[in-house]
Design a protein around this ligand. Sequence first.
Ligand code: DX5
Ligand code: ZN
Length: 215
Amino acid sequence: MPIIAPSLLAADFLKLGEECSMLNESEADRFHLDVMDGRFVPNISFGLPIVQQVTNATDKICEVHLMIVEPEKYIEEFKNAGADVLIIHLEACINLHRNIQQIKLLKMQAGVAINPHTPVVFLKDILADIDLVCLMSVNPGYGGQTFIPHSIEKIRQLRKLIDDAKLNVKIEVDGGVTLENAKQIVEAGADILVAGSAVFKAADPKEAIHEFKSI
Ligand code: DX5
Ligand code: ZN
């Protein structure tokens, strides 16, 4: 049964409290919060005050996906804003290993995200130090994009890398995940599905989450 992490990027921000209650009542396992700075990605989403309010509104695990340059400058701020899992981009970190240690020192789980053009083998020497890989199956920056088919092959490669090393690193797939392609993604080896539009734009979001859980 996959772990489901709805992305609040697709939520109705004018009804954020209700959206959080809906997720709390649903079978969603964790909240996925997408922070964008207009530099690492072409879009700007939301920042610390929103993350703080959302984490206050739930007892579920909150993972923050930082699509920002120099994420190391904000590790402590996101810890204080209630992040349980902090995901930083390999492409944004010159000293990735150090930044992972900084996250762990603050007692958060550490995740590394990779863009569609980044080979999974680039993770080989950091895998033993992290809890999660966020494999981007769209170019980061926007919700509602189409799943890049080559991601399936990358999930398989990453699964093998993790299993061969006998590690317990979770594979999260983020971008363009739908009820139609979720089965294939899980079969390729994914543990966590991030879903924005497929949850929040559904006629019945709780039912959509239930269907994702039933895969
Ligand atoms: C994209 C974000 C994703 C996004 C997913 O940059 O990292 O988390 O919200 O949205 P959907 O599921 O609509 O592709
Ligand atoms: Zn994300």
